[in-house]
Design a protein around this ligand. Structure first.
Ligand SMILES: Nc1ncnc2c1ncn2[C@@H]1O[C@H](COP(=O)(O)OP(=O)(O)OP(=O)(O)O)[C@@H](O)[C@H]1O
Ligand SMILES: [Mg+2]
Length: 227
């Protein structure tokens, strides 16, 4: 079953008089439960593509379908609601809210949707990643690996069918990277979550079911499927 479809996506950035086309006519489908890696050199458009696929940014042209629903023309409020209910996002730089402690960061998306189970779910998740004892710590009091585990819990609290991760291990050492990847893959298997991850790591890419490589704003032909 297709959970996400991009149809003829282009994205142009305009700075002053200059226009740069970062994504050029990208079409792809992602199946429910799949682990897909987005690869490509720095500047190839991975983050731009992830933002568009997850509804954080809008394409210049083309359409995005989420579980069959065309989300391209939704207004900002509608898009925020779809994002909150359907997607989780993990960033390279964690993006935790500095004034909220670990527990409050995790419950935040669940409180936006008035989930009475927010606390209970956060407790289960934080225990799972070994951080329940640190629930009252603020981001500045946590290590990088700990911050990313909190960010992971926050991404998962609304049980989204789709999780996006943009270089989630980019700021972590190898031990913490393995731990984050292990947790992401556990969740993908356990809850049949769809995982779309941009990464430079070949080691992680090897574990994906599919790799989409970007080059000059286009998807590279998949030679593995031509043999
Ligand atoms: N807000 C923006 N305004 C103008 N240009 C942008 C903007 N965001 C990205 N770009 C440009 O778009 C191109 C793709 O950027 P993007 O961040 O998607 O690449 P990336 O593949 O994620 O790179 P990296 O591996 O370094 O994270 C780059 O040339 C970048 O300079
Ligand atoms: Mg990037």
């Amino acid at each position: 079953m297709v959970i996400l479809e991009a149809r003829n996506i282009s994205r142009t950035y305009t700075i002053g008089e200059r226009e740069t086309q970062v994504l050029k006519d990208i079409s792809l489908t992602i199946n429910a439960g799949e682990f897909v890696v987005i690869a490509g050199s720095s500047g190839s458009g991975k983050s731009t593509l992830l933002s568009i696929l997850s509804g954080l940014d809008q394409p210049t042209s083309g359409r995005i379908f989420l579980s069959g629903q065309d989300i391209t023309d939704l207004n900002e409020d509608q898009l925020a609601e779809v994002r909150n209910q359907t997607t989780g996002f993990v960033f390279q730089a964690f993006h935790l809210i500095p004034s909220l402690n670990a527990l409050e960061n995790v419950t935040f998306p669940a409180e936006l949707s008035h989930d009475p189970q927010a606390y209970k779910k956060a407790e289960t998740l934080l225990k799972r990643v070994g951080l329940w004892e640190r629930k009252t710590h603020f981001p500045s009091q946590l290590s990088g690996g700990e911050k990313q585990r909190v960010a992971l819990c926050r991404a998962l609290i609304n049980s989204p069918p789709l999780v996006f991760a943009d270089e989630p291990t980019g700021n972590l050492d190898s031990k913490n990277s393995s731990e984050i990847v292990r947790l992401l893959l556990e969740m993908q298997h356990e809850w049949n979550t769809t995982l779309v991850m941009a990464t430079h790591s070949l080691e992680i890419a090897e574990r994906a079911e599919r790799m989409i490589s970007l080059r000059d704003g286009r998807i590279e032909p998949d030679y593995s499927q031509r043999t």
